[in-house]
Write a protein that binds this ligand. Structure first.
Ligand code: ADP
Ligand code: MG
Length: 762
């Protein structure tokens, strides 16, 4: 109910893709075109349709359809080529939308998109076997209109569900969603999944929020009126499908009755977006009165058992109802008369679906039954009879009932069709209601949580003062969340390298920044004292070595695939959140990869994206001053004897220590292990491994050979430290063996001997 359920049609044509999306339960329908497989993938990620239909060449486009099926649960299958015939597709669309030319629909420029949409409608017509009259419009959109967020970044940022439990609680949507209607909930979700990149449009939304918060009483009044509104989009679909029952129509009318009240309150608002919403919102009073005048207040669910049509709406209905009630009266008169005539005191008129009306006489009075009674049915202690008079009465009553029910159903169907014919007005109104619900919700959330209106700029500056993580701050008790600043620009402050011990708050800080930027571009207020947000085109987040169990890929491979995607697609307008990348492999490989990645990003010719980079490789702090745009930050901790206290404050400079042992102690690792770890650290420091690593790091990419040599040295030092095998006779013996002249048995024996030698020594 709070999520769209989309079907996507994709047509791949010579490095060009047409893409159409429809949700038949709400009547939403969109179309677009993209020129690269990656962009198409972005669209798929944005909508996560339940099903994709495509032409055969889509399978040739480098998009991993198995992955779509396995990881996102999307069912993909191709249709015969005739579905994608240009002429047929155009005709299908023109017929469906009753237009002479596709230009009129605003889709004239979308050659591929038209084919995708045409195939989609052909397919829907075939599978749904019903008129799709509620799919009353198709909206072309430019894929460039929204911020792009790839699927793993969506997951990492926990936009609509948490990463582990897949629950809404704990996600950004959970904080933002105080909507009152199902339509509002769906719309907010799509806003969160598709933040804007046009500063003007963002400002419009912010303006609406601001005005709603300047008039909180009116805002809350609007929310009250939204409360009883049912899912108009789904109701109108059911109405178009002729599956709506009489009660659905009453719910529909009671929802529409709220519209005039809402419009009255809205009339006091001046911001362009709210004014537009008021304009789009049709009070639909004609439809409300049609339903109210014709349908009873509390009709049954069933459509064919009467009780639907209100009295006074139709003369015939009233007439049939009267003969039914009169008939009942005649029946009881007949009953009294027959009792009198026969002297049977217990004589009763009974009704039964199969046998109809009859006169029931208990066995004790059997002798008194007159001759003109015709036996109809025998029970254990009674007999049932019929007379000509009763038969005539029965025909009259039952006939009237049949006719009444048939007529009521006919009238109901026609009323339903009349409502269905207004689908365009109703859908436009439903969209307006949904948007209003979203803005009222965002405004309320902003007020309750002390969010501020962000300034929006297009110079690339991101300046957040005392920013907070919108979700974590809710999870932490009594305002204990420590706010932090973020400052990034396109010049000297492009890349922040953030060091600090585990648990210091690095990940929280970086996500908070990403979420604040994203919220601003949704058009929401943000958790900060002030924020100036330069619009970003994409947000990428990569969290090192978190297992992607679902897809069964090795963690490091996943990590690097995502890094590759980031490096290939990030632009100077993107925001990158890199959280301990390189963690999935050995220290030196990891450090080198992290290093090279930062070099690449900091090079404005290659990338130049704004980046927050958290790392436990202290060596990376050497990059400040050596690479342009790179700055060190760390999250402060205070040492208290053997313990550390997390201050959660971000400060300039690199962390000098990793405090890993203190964190281990905090976590409850037993003292003997902690003490032993301290000893080992001492030894390592004396052996100056860290120093050596630093040397290597500083040389950077100078010459590979040199680095390799140094790395080997370090490895050896590490070896000797743990007192393992020295130069060795066992090794010498192994080296000297002439394997080609040994039998398998000899070899086994030799192996056994050597192993024993080693065992004895250890
Ligand atoms: P790191 O990535 O440095 O290991 P996290 O960002 O995962 O650390 O933070 C660890 C925990 O510290 C979080 O679960 C959160 O509860 C707490 N925390 C982080 N930042 C803050 C903050 N600014 N104020 C209060 N608590 C915080
Ligand atoms: Mg972390």
């Amino acid at each position: 109910e709070t999520k769209n359920n989309a079907l996507m049609s994709i047509v791949s044509m010579e490095e060009h893709f047409g893409c159409a999306i429809a949700d038949i339960t709400t009547g939403d329908c969109f179309l677009t075109e993209v020129d690269k497989p990656q962009k198409l993938l972005d669209e798929i990620n944005k909508f996560v349709p339940a099903e994709i239909i495509c032409n055969d060449s889509f399978y040739m486009s480098n998009i991993d359809t198995d992955d779509l099926q396995n990881r996102l649960g999307i069912c993909v299958f191709s249709l015969d080529s005739w579905y994608f015939d240009d002429e047929l597709c155009r005709r299908t669309l023109k017929d469906h939308f009753h237009v002479g030319s596709l230009e009129g629909l605003g889709v004239g420029d979308y050659d591929c998109g038209i084919i995708a949409a045409g195939a989609l409608f052909l397919y829907l017509k075939e599978t749904q076997k019903t008129a799709l009259s509620h799919m009353a419009s198709i909206r072309p959109y430019s894929a460039e209109k929204y911020m792009l967020i790839d699927s793993s970044s969506r997951r990492n940022l926990e936009l609509v569900e948490t990463m582990r439990e897949k629950q809404k609680r704990g996600s950004l949507l959970w904080v933002l969603d105080k909507t009152k209607t199902a339509m509002g909930a769906r719309t907010l979700r799509s806003y969160v999944e598709q933040p804007l990149i046009d500063a003007e449009e963002i400002e419009k939304r912010l303006g609406a929020l601001e005005e709603l918060n300047e008039k909180p009483m009116e805002r809350d009044e609007i929310r009250e009126y939204l409360n009883p509104i049912y899912d108009l989009e789904r109701l109108i679909s059911r109405i178009s499908y002729k599956s709506a029952n009489p009660r659905d129509l009453v719910s529909f009318a009671s929802s529409l009755e709220m519209l005039p009240y809402i419009k009255q309150v809205l009339a006091e608002f001046k911001s362009p977006l709210l004014t537009k919403i008021n304009e789009d919102m049709d009070p639909l009073t004609d439809i409300t009165s049609l339903i109210r005048n014709s349908i009873t207040d509390d009709p049954p669910l069933a459509q064919k058992d009467g009780g639907i049509i209100r009295e006074g709406y139709n003369e015939d209905v009233d007439k049939f109802r009267r003969s039914r009630t009169d008939g009942k009266k005649w029946l009881s008169e007949l009953e009294a008369r027959e009792r009198e005539r026969t002297g049977i005191k217990s004589l009763k008129i009974k009704y039964n679906r199969v046998f109809g009306y009859s006169l029931e006489v208990t066995n004790t009075f059997k002798d008194l039954v007159p001759e003109d009674y015709i036996r109809k049915q025998t029970l254990t202690n009674a007999e049932r009879y019929i007379t000509q008079e009763l038969k005539d009465l029965e025909d009259l009553i039952l006939g009237a009932e049949d006719k009444l029910y048939a007529l009521e159903f006919e009238l109901f169907s026609s009323i339903r069709d009349q409502v269905g014919a207004e689908v365009v007005r109703i859908q436009r109104t439903a969209k307006a209601v949904a948007a209003l619900d979203v803005f009222a919700s965002l405004a309320l959330v902003a007020q309750r949580n002390n969010f501020v209106r962000p300034k929006i700029n297009e110079t690339g500056l991101i300046d957040i003062r005392n920013g907070r993580h919108p979700v974590v701050e809710q999870m932490i008790e009594n305002d204990m969340f420590i706010p932090n600043d973020t400052y990034l620009d396109n010049h000297k402050k492009r890349i922040s390298i953030i060091t600090g011990p585990n648990m210091a708050g690095k990940s929280t800080y970086m996500r908070q920044t990403a979420l604040i930027v994203l919220m601003a571009q949704i058009g929401s207020f943000v958790p900060a004292d002030s924020a100036n947000i330069g619009v970003v085109d994409r947000i990428f987040t990569r969290v090192g070595a978190s297992d992607d169990l679902a897809s069964g890929q090795s963690t490091f491979m996943v990590e690097m695939t995502e890094v590759a995607n980031i490096l290939r697609n990030a632009t100077s307008r993107s925001l990158l959140i890199l959280d301990e990348i390189g963690r999935g492999t050995s220290t030196f490989d990891g450090l080198s990869i992290a290093w090279a990645v930062i070099e690449h990003i900091s090079n404005t010719k290659l990338c130049g994206a704004k980046t927050l980079f958290a790392t436990h490789y202290h060596e990376l702090t050497e990059l400040e001053g050596k690479l342009s745009g790179v700055n060190n930050y760390c999250i402060a901790v205070k040492e208290k004897g053997d313990d550390i206290v997390f201050l959660r404050k971000i400060v300039k400079g690199g962390a000098d220590k990793s405090y890993g042992i203190q964190v281990a102690k905090l976590a409850g690792v037993p003292d003997p292990v902690i003490n032993r770890a301290k000893e080992i650290v001492e030894e390592l420091v004396t052996a100056d491994i860290t120093g050596k690593v630093k040397d290597i790091a500083v040389q950077g990419s100078e010459t590979k050979k040199k680095t390799q040599k140094k790395l080997d040295e370090v490895d050896l030092t590490q070896f000797s430290l743990f007192d393992t095998v020295k130069d060795d006779d066992v090794l010498n013996e192994l080296k000297e063996l002439d394997i080609s002249h040994m039998t398998p048995m000899d070899a086994m024996n030799k192996l056994y001997q050597l192993q024993n030698k080693l065992r004895n020594r250890w």
